[in-house]
Design a protein around this ligand. Structure first.
Ligand code: IMP
Length: 385
């Protein structure tokens, strides 16, 4: 079954861990949006591996990984990542490169884009990851961007020599490759980055990333029709975190925030920044499930809230004194500044996994079944039903 996996919150939901846990079932792993802003952490055979550009399926020797046309790629940073992954897995850099394919249409994050991102942050203060995402997508849409195909053709420059020689023969029309692999019956896994609330169209604009983070981006960012994707797994934590600026309606008190940040090791995998912590915003989750066409939910990091008798959950907002509980009225723009959370206490779970009631309540509230639950960092701590 071709499967998409996406984040339902503000990124950092544990997508890497769930992707890794499921990875045995698939032959091909695809990234279709974003770039070095992503940070997917997994524990593979005892090693902690963090990927930014590569799908987590890269840890498997016999599988194919694709960096799709919708991505923005910093060739230098990608080569560094490949070297790190190779050394952690005890393989050669060429072994890793030779199981990847890169779209000739993906855009290149140039040194200028990196410095522009950092420079703009001085005044714009969105809290970007400073990995060149905004300026690179901007020049793509402007039609002044540089693609991987461009640098491949440019024989006069030696700027990206190592990147081009390492990926010799691997820079192709990945959209055609993916559709052919599908015709041959290969099972394809599309690994989303960031989350629905950071989606440039459907998220909390302007406090968003510059790409689409819903499965809709698979059609454009991988050239693979959504009609051939059989299921969409949405990942959430049983609480919320957010890095960077922007609305965070269900934010915890300072004391709770401090406690859960350390308990959940909530520090950015890309930037190391502390993540703000909040209670689960089930109302926002319902919106995300609805607009992303989620068919099943994975809840990661359940263990972090182990043992609470009751878990506060945000089930709607109050805006200018009016209760909002229908996602048709989900806030936009400045409305977010005035949105106050409406909390309900949901029954918690114990350390032995007596969690069914919370998960049933969650599934009913958001409108999709919970199929995967994770109680710890390694793949053995995740269960499916
Ligand atoms: P950019 O994607 O670096 O331009 O950052 C835009 C916003 O998205 C900032 O608030 C970042 O903190 C946030 N962001 C981007 N990627 C991630 C991610 O993978 N996890 C969490 N937040 C992210």
């Amino acid at each position: 079954m071709n499967t998409a996996l996406i984040g339902l919150q503000w990124g950092d939901e544990g997508k890497g861990k769930i992707s890794h846990y499921l990875s045995d079932q698939f032959d091909v792993f695809v990234r279709f949006q974003g770039g070095g802003n992503a940070g997917h952490t997994i524990y593979h055979e005892g090693e902690k591996v963090v990927t930014h550009f590569l799908p987590v399926g890269i840890v498997h020797k016999d599988k194919v990984c694709v960096l799709g046309n919708g991505m923005v790629i910093d060739p230098d940073a990608l080569i560094e990542e490949v070297k790190d992954v190779a050394s952690l897995l005890g393989e050669s850099v060429d072994d890793i490169c030779q199981r990847g394919y890169i779209s000739n249409k993906a855009h290149v994050v140039t040194p200028q884009a990196l410095s522009l991102d950092a420079q703009r942050e001085e005044t714009q203060k969105l809290g970007t990851t400073k990995t060149g995402i905004g300026p690179t997508y901007e020049s793509k849409i402007n039609r002044t961007g540089v693609t991987v195909g461009h640098i491949l053709q440019d024989t006069s420059s030696s700027r990206y020599r190592e990147f081009l020689s390492r990926f010799h023969g691997r820079i192709v029309n990945t959209e055609v490759l993916l559709n052919r692999l599908d015709s041959l019956g290969r099972e394809i896994f599309f690994e989303g980055a960031q989350g629905v609330l950071l989606d440039v169209d459907l998220g909390q604009y302007p406090f968003v990333t510059s790409s689409n983070c819903t499965p809709a981006a698979i059609g454009t960012g991988a050239g693979f029709p959504m009609s051939k994707v059989d299921r969409v797994i949405g990942v959430t934590k049983p609480y919320s975190t957010r890095v960077g600026a922007g609305p965070f309606t269900s934010e915890m008190s300072d004391q709770e925030d401090e406690h859960f940040r350390h308990l959940g090791a909530e520090f950015g995998a890309t930037t190391g920044r502390p993540r703000k912590c909040g209670w689960l915003d089930a109302f926002a989750l319902r919106y995300a499930v609805e607009v992303a066409g989620v068919t099943e939910i994975a809840v990661a990091k359940m263990d972090i809230l182990n043992g609470l008798d009751f878990v506060p959950v945000c089930v709607g907002y109050r805006i200018d004194g009016v209760e909002v509980r229908d996602t048709l009225n989900f806030p936009y723009g400045d409305q977010w500044d005035r949105a106050e959370p409406i909390f309900e206490d949901w029954r918690g779970w114990d350390d032995e996994g007596g969690h069914a009631q919370f998960l049933v309540q969650l599934a009913t509230f958001v409108g999709a079944p919970v199929k995967h639950v994770s109680f710890g960092p390694g793949p053995e701590a995740t269960q499916s039903s």
